[in-house]
Design a protein around this ligand. Structure first.
Ligand code: TXA
Ligand code: MG
Length: 338
């Protein structure tokens, strides 16, 4: 099966494929998702197959608003409604307790909760409405690879395995949504994302943060113990301090093969680059760096293969928590040490 590229004008054809139980990748403001009818268990199971994803890792249900959530979840708290009002449509995924038997165990991984998100992308909101069903949507990459921020990333990983890709150009944010568990007494951040802890706290007061925040000087874990995710072929090393870049260039100049450098324009402009360096600009600041991170990692896999990658670290707060969470996983926690 050759995977079809649907234009934004072909939403009806994409929606029909979804209703027929086929898989269609869709754009969101964060990353591309791998869509299937959340009410069709056979279709949902194919999502795991196409990605090579372990079946106990539950999927996000994408909706166009609170109404669909209320059909599936137990009555929402006032806090939940506040969050929905403040952040939907947008990059906040909320986990709620379900009414029994409402969603297939293929969606929930057998849990009594499910994750819901109202993405901020008009093409996909139109797709969900045209399909008439909520869509499951994990990131549309092969399990373990960086999430896709362009339709061509999806095509590379999943061509031949899915019916189509709805192409709406590059995604805006570049890192996935914040996952907030509302089924616990205190709302708990399970995955940092584009909606920051600070923004959540401003709306609902205290939130717990269960994800592991990694400080700039954290010692790398034993190589064999590393949990790899978002991983390109080459080893990624994080350069945390601006002052370390010249030492990092010295290290790179002694490596065999080409080393990829991912950094902001101001850092790239200052560096004296050895001959064996290929650069990928992360733009001007943390926003553009988050937008470019996965695309840069994929660039050094597909378009300009390298033997190692040096990538710029950022302070671990605000959007930096999301950026560093992804970068630390792609690097298996390896940081540059002078
Ligand atoms: O921005 C995003 O969230 C993208 C776009 C496509 O919407 N989607 C995405 O999906 O990143 P995925 O499957 O790659 O990540 C969903 C995360 C996983 O870490 C999963 O374990 C967690 O949400 N999750 C889903 N349902 C859950 C549940 N009931 N309880 C706890 N964690 C859950
Ligand atoms: Mg993912």
């Amino acid at each position: 099966m050759e995977t079809k590229i649907f234009k934004p004008t072909e939403i009806d054809a994409a929606a029909k494929a979804i209703r027929d139980g086929q898989l269609v990748a869709f754009p969101t403001e964060t990353v591309y998702g791998l869509g299937a009818d959340a009410t069709n268990e056979t279709a949902v199971k194919q999502v795991y197959m196409a990605k090579g994803r372990p079946s106990d890792n539950p999927l996000i249900v994408h909706v166009t608003g609170i109404d669909t959530v209320e059909q599936y979840a137990q009555p929402l708290s006032a806090t939940a409604k506040k969050l929905i009002k403040a952040f939907w449509p947008g990059s906040l995924t909320l986990i709620f307790k379900l009414q029994p038997g409402k969603l297939s165990a293929a969606v929930t991984g057998g849990l009594n909760t499910a994750a819901f998100r109202n993405p901020d992308n008009q093409v996909t909101l139109d797709l969900i409405r045209a399909a008439g069903v909520p869509l499951v949507g994990p990131s549309a990459n092969t399990s373990g690879k960086p999430s896709p921020t362009l339709a061509k990333h999806v095509y590379h990983d999943l061509n031949g395995k899915i019916a189509g890709i709805l192409d709406d150009g590059p995604t805006e944010v570049g890192v996935e949504s914040t996952v907030l568990d509302m089924s616990t007494d205190l709302p708990t951040i399970l995955r940092p994302g584009a909606v920051t802890e600070e923004e959540l706290t401003a709306v609902i007061g205290n939130v717990r943060s269960s994800h592991h925040r990694v400080g700039a000087k954290e010692v790398p874990k034993a190589p064999g113990m590393k949990y790899k995710h978002y991983a390109p072929n080459a080893q990624v090393t994080i350069v945390d301090r601006e002052a370390d870049w010249s030492a990092a260039m010295d290290w790179a100049s002694h490596q065999a093969g080409t080393i990829g450098v991912m950094a902001t324009d101001s850092i790239l402009a200052e560096l004296t680059l050895p001959n064996n360096i290929e650069t990928y600009s992360l733009g001007a600041n943390l926003d553009s760096a988050s937008h470019q991170l996965f695309a840069g990692l994929r660039y050094f896999d597909l378009e300009s293969p390298v033997t190692g990658i040096l990538a710029q670290g950022f302070p671990d707060d605000g959007l930096g928590a999301a950026y560093m969470n992804r970068l630390n996983k792609s690097a298996g926690q390896v940081h540059f040490e002078k």
